[in-house]
Design a protein around this ligand. Sequence first.
Ligand SMILES: C[S@@+](CC[C@H](N)C(=O)[O-])C[C@H]1O[C@@H](n2cnc3c(N)ncnc32)[C@H](O)[C@@H]1O
Length: 273
Amino acid sequence: MSQRRDFAGFHTRTPNEARVVDYLLGGKDNFAADREAAERAIALAPGLPMMALESRRFLGRVVRFLVEAGIRQFIDLGCGLPTQNNAHEVAQAATPEARVVYVDFDPVVVTHARALLADNVRTSVVQADVRDPDLILGHPDLVRLIDLKRPVAILLISTLQAVPEDEVVLDIVTRLREAICPGSWMVISHPTSDDRPEVTGRLAAMFQDEEIVKGTRRRDNLRTRAEIEPYFDGLELADPGIVRIPAWRPDGAGPGVDPESVWAIAGAGRKPA
Ligand SMILES: C[S@@+](CC[C@H](N)C(=O)[O-])C[C@H]1O[C@@H](n2cnc3c(N)ncnc32)[C@H](O)[C@@H]1O
């Protein structure tokens, strides 16, 4: 498996993925280069801010669902900049004993998250590359909070598209699934290229040009639904299975937006005994 630990540095003149997402969500932790890149992306795909918001809403719903299912330990891989309704806020609002470990390879994310969480003893932040699950799961700052002999939820929310090599992604999800105990969950969401291959291809090419994802080799499209579904192999999917993000167990009266307008899918699967 290829591994990359040469973390991106802190460059304010170069767009940065986490800060671009922060801008899409209406946050303030971004610089001019991030805002300009985000605006160019929005010009190509005007639905992007709505999709970023729907992704955060999905995070809230799935964490509440998992707490109700009895999960008290969460590992949020590719967590992004702290914004509203972060995993620990949702989980600890439901049950104060919930423990959450955040993981991202971006030093900007890690610095912000550590500052935000300094007083929260049931959280920690690990700077690591998701390509290295063994290092992450053995990291002292994870091990002191998470007992892998007990059920845990692994969150991979809008993260795996940042890993361009298909075989590496399959290896990541396989290693994670093997490392967690029965009764644990894996949550995966991923943008899809099925609906609008032209737009997603141009977006990905733009991200590559902009070096939004520093040092990564972006493929010139995202993944199709058929490529994403095998990431859930070996897991028992919660209803309604793998669906467009707004259609995954919507609150109340139903999805707040038309699910068909969101080209990203998600599911939550439980490792059987
Ligand atoms: C699109 S953002 C998603 C953030 C958050 N999960 C959400 O749903 O709002 C992707 C995040 O993954 C992080 N990331 C990308 N590649 C990564 C890698 N190889 N290892 C760890 N984190 C990575 C980025 O720094 C960024 O914060």
